[in-house]
Ligand binder design. Sequence first.
Ligand code: DGL
Length: 275
Amino acid sequence: MSTPSTTGPTIGVFDSGFGGLTVLRALLPLIPGANYIYLGDTARLPYGAKSQQTIARYAVSSAEFLLDEGAEMLVIACNTATAMALPEIEAAMPIPVVGVIRPGTEAAREAGEHDVLVLATSATVQSGAYTRACASVGLQAYEKACPLLVPMVEEGWINHKVTAEVLRIYLDEAFAEAPNAHTLLLGCTHYPLLKPMIERTLEEMGHPMRIVDSAATTAQAAARVIESKLPRVSSPGAEINCTFFATDSVEKFQRLGGVFLGQPLPQVSLVDLGG
Ligand code: DGL
């Protein structure tokens, strides 16, 4: 990934950690001429176990950092921040903001089933954001909080037997509530890394499901915003320019981030956004 200057728009992408890199991964081929600035707020992760006020404070300060770095639009690549703080972020930002809940719901609707099982953080489930978004397009969402999965993914345990066992317990509990759900919406940007494990576990449990995540549909939503509000994407084939920031260990971010992005990360810079 080289770093020439391009004439495309500058897109700020943020998540509490690595998970948002799955969204950046979907953005890169779709909007190739853009400059990307990614922030992983790893020092304050997990957002998903915190209160609305704290999540909003963290999310707004992360958004302000990206604005100061030159972002012309913002992709909140975090379900928890979108579910808990979208209005606060929009109010603080003079630039277009795209969240992941609405695009995730669109992805679920494309799957064509009525009952949707949403796996998410405790905060996202508590917000009821997916239940409302799904109801608005005629879907019934069953939200299941899976608070142990984010720390396991952040630990790199995407193929670990303990993660598999925890996942099975969560799915078992979820099916007691939603036995007819055959669409599984990954309502946390960390969970796409567990997709192979989820597929295996569902197969073992004899409960086939169509797994959807919001990465691709969020990238499409961002592309539509750019087309209408920042129409100066440079030509396909332009070099990709990505800058990465993390609020905690840059070494760990660089090492594990490549798994989420699907390619090695260049240099990651440390930034202190306070507590
Ligand atoms: N990636 C975040 C999400 O999509 C969750 C991580 C966290 O709890 O901070 O909800």
